[in-house]
Write a protein that binds this ligand. Structure first.
Ligand SMILES: *Cc1c(COP(=O)(O)O)cnc(C)c1O
Length: 396
């Protein structure tokens, strides 16, 4: 029997989360992900998925997944290096590398694993990682698992980045890797990759970009934030779980020796199962679609501009930007929660973010645009935001 004191401790911790108003509750979606979802029998407009190109429920991807299961089976029952590598895995790695302009790529079960496994094999105790303070949790964990010295720079602060790089060099670092999200997902801000590349080149550093919230739609042909900024990253990590179909899976793309060494040493790659054929086959089909999806990208950015303008005209406070992540700033956590509830009652699904996910006093509703939302959907959502905003006192 499990120690009852231990279980009491768990219950007290949960009660504390509840008392602080920080308990997360999952909504049960009845059916597929999409611009509209059904929850408790109600049809809801969905403004909080990472489904940027609207491919998550695309019948072409389900067909590709079924075809890959028919030809390659359901599961691999192995890690990659024992007997888990199919022709499909290598095809997808080559396609991803080609899409991102890199020599090769390596698949992981998730980008969380890609970031978790990236640093430790590449850098040792004589090296340094200079990391943006708002980097994704998986980068933070990956850096923790690595023996390299850690330096943090204030989010997007290029003067501080330079200071930290110089400090790392003064401390004797052999190699310095700058690590950043391409897009910071709470704000929708883009990393200043031009300036990061300039600093990296000046001091001979490597640049690692986690482009989860960009690959497939930012930059020319959706090649991501480095392409958007017109620069090259040394290493890019990304996910199949957002714009590229939304299922799961992650990858690292980079120079051949980097990928070769990761195949030998990256622990989440060595000790975790190969991606299933259905996911790999569908990801290949997703890349076919994405490479030719200028229409979807145009629709996405049209939607983002229309939505941003509409919210601003209604009097909501936004953060400046161009990314389809568009946070509506409310300040107060209870207000953000009341607003989310008032929107829910009007058939709009959003997610409220508050401390500790964002700083205290910076609570917000994070809206995300996608290419599957129609003009009618956006007008419906704007009407709901205005009515709900007045009801809870977020706007006048
Ligand atoms: C979503 C996300 C991840 C995790 O990706 P998964 O493939 O879902 O594990 C990592 N980094 C960033 C910046 C993300 O937004």
């Amino acid at each position: 029997m499990t120690d009852s004191r231990f279980l009491t401790h768990m219950k007290e911790t949960l009660a504390g989360i509840e008392a602080e108003g920080l308990m997360k509750r999952e909504r049960l979606i009845e059916g597929a992900q999409g611009a509209h979802v059904t929850i408790g029998g109600r049809r809801m407009l969905n403004l909080c998925a990472n489904n940027y190109l609207g491919l998550a429920g695309d019948p072409r991807l389900t067909a590709a997944a079924k075809a890959a299961m028919d030809s390659h089976g359901y599961g691999m029952a192995s890690v990659r290096f024992i007997c888990g590598t199919q022709d499909l895995h290598r095809q997808l790695e080559a396609r991803l590398a080609d899409f991102l302009g890199m020599e090769d790529a390596i698949l992981f079960a998730a980008c969380f694993d890609a970031n978790g496994g990236l640093f430790e094999p590449l850098l040792g105790e004589n090296d340094a990682i200079v990391s943006d303070s708002l980097n994704h949790a998986s980068i933070i964990d990956g850096v923790r698992l690595c023996k390299a010295k850690r330096y943090r720079f204030a989010n997007g602060d290029m003067a501080d980045l330079e200071v930290q790089v110089l400090t790392a060099i003064r401390d004797g670092a052999r190699f310095v890797m700058i690590a950043t999200d391409g897009v910071f997902s709470m704000d929708g801000y883009l990393a200043d990759l031009r300036e990061i590349r300039r600093i990296a080149d000046q001091y001979n550093c490597l640049v690692m970009v986690d482009d989860c919230h960009a690959t497939g739609f930012m930059g020319p042909q959706g090649r991501g934030t480095p392409a958007h900024a017109g620069v090259k990253a040394d290493v890019i990590t990304g996910t199949l779980g957002k714009a590229l179909g939304g299922a799961l899976g992650g990858y690292i793309a980079g120079p051949q020796p980097v990928i070769d060494l990761l195949r030998q040493r990256a622990r989440p790659y060595l000790f975790s199962n190969a991606l299933p054929p259905a996911v790999v086959g569908a990801a290949l089909a997703a890349l076919d679609i994405v490479e030719a999806a200028d229409d979807l990208r145009a629709r996405l950015f049209h939607n983002a501009a229309y939505w941003r303008d509409g919210l601003q005209a209604a009097g909501f406070r936004l953060l400046p930007g161009e990314h389809p992540i568009i946070p509506v700033m409310l300040g107060d956590a209870p207000l953000a929660q009341r607003f989310a509830q008032a929107l829910d009652a009007r058939g709009v699904m959003v997610s409220a973010f508050f401390f500790p996910v964002v700083p205290k006093g910076a609570a917000r509703i994070r809206t995300q645009m996608n290419a599957a939302l129609t003009q009618e959907d956006l007008d419906f959502a704007l009407t709901a935001f205005e009515a709900a905003g007045r009801e809870v006192g977020a706007i006048r």
